[in-house]
Design a protein around this ligand. Structure first.
Ligand code: MIG
Length: 777
């Protein structure tokens, strides 16, 4: 009997590595229920099943200790009161809500989740939940022939992770990212399975080093951790969008970012002096290239001491920041966690005197080498430390800074292991825990400290945070860029599935370094990358020290003109993008998404890596290779219009599309609409004329969407200062009827009306049934 003995989890592996044996949880002895939580005492440990909602169920296995229901800091939801029906017979126990049924066999203990249609979604067979004597825990779930896997946070490689093994351990990887570099800066142990057009999700809330094996067997996949409890949530879906809503219900959603952070960011490691920064800004002004943010990398600091400016390089930061603000540009400085060990440096003094740094259990401060030299690291697992760090940001906000860039927060340390000693004992709000267990949340908690501190210091203005490291839930605090890529075409290609999978992991506000960070970029690569960047949620051009400068004008006028056009296009699309950011903040849905999210029944979309969608009706098909001016585009169901040519394309077909260097193929679904603003100038980025472009269709049908706007920089929207229109575009015969289903909010935008324009065959335009093409607000 399996349950009685240890078993080899992977027969194949066993041959290779000898005795990788696990002990199965074994058979059920008895169980009890309290507050929607069922505790099953089994032969080799305890299993808890806890209902969060009718569609979200948590399972915990603990082999030794009593079950700990607390969970990591990733989950912010509390279990709701859920009606559960229980059936118990000799062999099985059934636990059912209206949306899910758990079939639990007793000997051995195995769980099968079925959705409301009776389809098996997560099920166990020969193997179930198990552990090893060294503390490793594992869950094996049956895999079906048609399973496809997405999410897993920030991962290189392709979109569909079937056939891959993935590892979560926040790591600073400067070496070129390749398709198998899978421990990167972020750990988001969440994935979505698409099976026969229906989706469900699993969030493995374990902050140790974790592994996902969707490769070794064709019969089952597994997820495992080096230690801790086997603690995971099953989200029943059934649509990819519902899975994401469920996952972000648990781990939270992005607060609306300031609108300026959706603009174009220019960065370099580093713009080293005030003079250089001023000249950079002037160039953008003179060339009329839109820009919202200039990042200051580590050279702005005095000896890399955080919360300082080097007064020789930057003699008057306040003035610089104020002058740039006049031009419509914000400054975002980098802040690393390492605090220089320097007895005369106030931050270090305070950190030591007030006991804010990470320590060993024995009481010694942990020191590691980073940019400033030997440094100590704030213990962000402790509330008091987070508060201290957050308050320190008054240094920046008092100078007019509204955004912070957190780097090196894996934390990265210059040593063999690349990080902090895993035996460091974090204070963890009264529950001391080793770095081995909390490593993956260090960056998340630094983000929390920074975001909350900035928010307090900004008195009603929205802060912007960019972070490199994170864990599930990072979307609550910051946007994420994908770290140190290179100026390779392959990295441009890889950035698409990477950003899409981040979006499918609850993190909507992401993007790669446009142009590539390390290595010398070139004119064509930068141009093509800028076209893509104009539509990635986070849009920043960033390059590394020692490599070619890559501002949009560095390669001559021909390229500059094209890049300028696309950066301006970003601003023209801003009302559309902002509405999608609003949707992300409300429902957790990504701004940039893979086609499978909208077409889960279309197998051609399941591993479509070189196209992406903006919202639910626009498909981007960028050119991602050198010297190429033709590409294949797959268009799913529907009819489509190419954005710049106005040409019509049939759906459910593959097309060969031509795109010169200045062209980015964009397809808008017929019958749908997009909102367009305008580009004025850097000093005046306000949209005063808003246009709704309706792509006419010859088919009858309707398309619903929500347009959202507000002041873009304060939290006044929380008190009703916003404009929200629920619109229904109805295509009937020779007319388009724009029906305003609902208007909400008190915000008075700078535009007073929305102009409706049709693209495609000409049609009469009606608003709420009456002939007109202007919506008065
Ligand atoms: O070890 O601050 O990913 O964006 O420019 C390099 C210098 C440290 C790594 C970041 C990169 C940044 C760089 N940092």
């Amino acid at each position: 009997m399996l349950g009685d003995t240890s078993f080899a989890i992977h027969p194949g592996k066993e041959q290779q590595s000898g005795s990788k044996t696990y002990r199965d949880i074994g058979k059920l002895h008895n169980y009890q229920e309290k507050d929607n939580t069922y505790m099953f005492s089994c032969e080799n440990g305890t299993i808890a099943i806890q209902f969060y909602t009718e569609s979200i169920v948590r399972v915990i296995m603990n082999q030794k200790n009593p079950i700990d229901l607390q969970g990591s800091k990733a989950v912010i939801a509390k279990p709701k009161k859920v009606t559960i029906e229980v059936t118990d017979d000799d062999e099985r126990i059934l636990l059912s809500t209206i949306n899910v049924q758990l079939v639990i066999t007793k000997e051995p203990f195995r769980i099968t989740f079925k959705d409301s249609q009776g389809r098996e979604i997560v099920s166990e067979g020969k193997y179930g939940m198990a552990y090893r004597e060294n503390g490793e825990v594992i869950a094996c779930k049956q895999m079906s022939e048609n399973d496809h896997f997405y999410g897993f946070g920030e991962k290189s490689g392709h979109l569909d992770k079937r056939g891959e093994k993935l590892e979560m351990w926040n790591t600073d990887v400067y070496a070129p990212h390749n398709p198998e570099t899978n421990a990167l800066y972020e750990s988001i142990p969440f994935f979505m399975t698409l099976r026969e057009g229906k989706a469900h999700g699993i969030f493995f809330d374990n902050t140790f080093r974790t592994f996902f094996d969707m490769k070794t067997s064709e019969e089952y996949y597994s997820f495992s951790a080096e230690g801790g409890q086997l603690d995971y949530y099953v989200m029943v879906g059934p649509h990819p969008k519902t899975v994401l809503e469920q996952y972000t219900y648990l781990t939270g959603r992005m607060p609306l970012p300031p609108k300026w952070s959706l603009g174009y960011h220019q960065s370099r490691y580093s713009y080293e002096t005030e003079t250089e920064v001023r000249e950079l800004a002037r160039n953008f002004m003179e060339k009329d290239i839109p820009i919202d943010v200039i990042h200051l990398d580590i050279h702005y600091m005095n000896g890399y001491r955080v919360f300082t400016f080097d007064k020789e390089r930057f003699p008057n930061p306040e003035k610089l920041i104020a002058d740039l603000k006049e031009m419509g540009i914000r400054v975002v400085p980098i802040v690393d966690p390492g605090v220089k060990k320097d007895a005369e440096y106030p931050i270090y003094q305070e950190g030591v005197q007030e006991d804010h740094f990470c320590k060993y259990m024995e009481g010694e401060i942990y020191y590691g080498e980073v940019w400033p030299g030997i440094s100590a690291f704030p213990d962000f697992t402790e509330e008091e430390v987070r508060k201290w760090w957050g308050e320190k940001h008054a240094f920046y906000t008092s100078m007019g800074i509204e955004g912070i860039w957190n780097d090196m927060n894996e934390p990265a340390v210059f040593n063999e292991t690349k990080t902090m000693d895993v035996s460091v004992m974090h204070r963890n709000d009264g529950n001391p825990t080793t770095h081995r267990e909390l490593h993956n949340v260090y960056g998340l908690l630094m983000g929390k400290a920074t975001y909350e501190g900035m928010k307090d210091n900004l008195h009603g203005k929205r802060p912007f945070l960019l972070t490199r490291a994170g864990y599930a839930g990072v979307q609550r605090y910051g946007s994420v860029w994908t770290g140190d890529n290179r100026s390779f075409w392959e990295h441009l290609q890889m950035s698409l599935p990477m950003v899409m999978n981040l979006g499918l992991s609850g993190v909507a506000f992401t993007g790669p370094d446009v142009g590539g960070f390390a290595h010398d970029t070139n004119a064509e690569l930068l141009t093509r990358w800028t076209q893509v960047g104009a539509f990635t949620p986070f849009f920043r051009n960033h390059s590394a020290i020692g490599f070619r400068y890559q501002e949009p004008w560095q390669f001559g006028e021909k390229y500059e003109t094209i890049m300028k056009k696309y950066i301006q296009l970003r601003y023209i699309w801003m009302p559309q993008l902002y509405s999608l950011f609003y949707q992300a903040s409300k429902q957790g849905l990504p701004v940039m998404r893979p086609l499978l999210m909208e077409y889960p029944n279309d197998a051609k979309t399941y591993n479509l890596n070189d196209q992406f969608m903006i919202g639910d009706n626009v498909i981007m098909a960028p050119i991602l290779s050198p010297s190429v001016t033709n590409r294949v585009v797959y268009l799913p169901k529907g009819d489509w219009i190419e954005y710049s040519t106005g040409d019509s394309f049939e759906g459910e077909k593959v097309h060969l599309v031509h795109a010169e260097l200045e062209d980015l193929p964009i397809f808008v679904r017929k019958g749908s609409a997009i909102m367009h603003g305008e580009w004025n100038s850097n000093q005046d980025k306000e949209t005063k004329v808003l246009t709704m472009k309706v792509y006419t269709s010859n088919e009858d049908g309707n398309y619903q969407f929500t347009f959202y706007d507000d002041d873009g920089e304060t939290f006044a929207y929380e008190n009703g200062e916003y404009l929200k229109l629920d619109l229904d575009i109805q295509s009937v015969a020779d007319s388009i009827n724009v029906v305003i289903l609902d208007t909400e909010g008190n915000y008075r935008p700078p535009y007073q009306e929305i102009h409706i324009e049709t693209v495609g065959s000409s049609k009469r335009i009606l608003i709420n049934g009456k002939e007109s093409n202007i919506i008065k607000l």
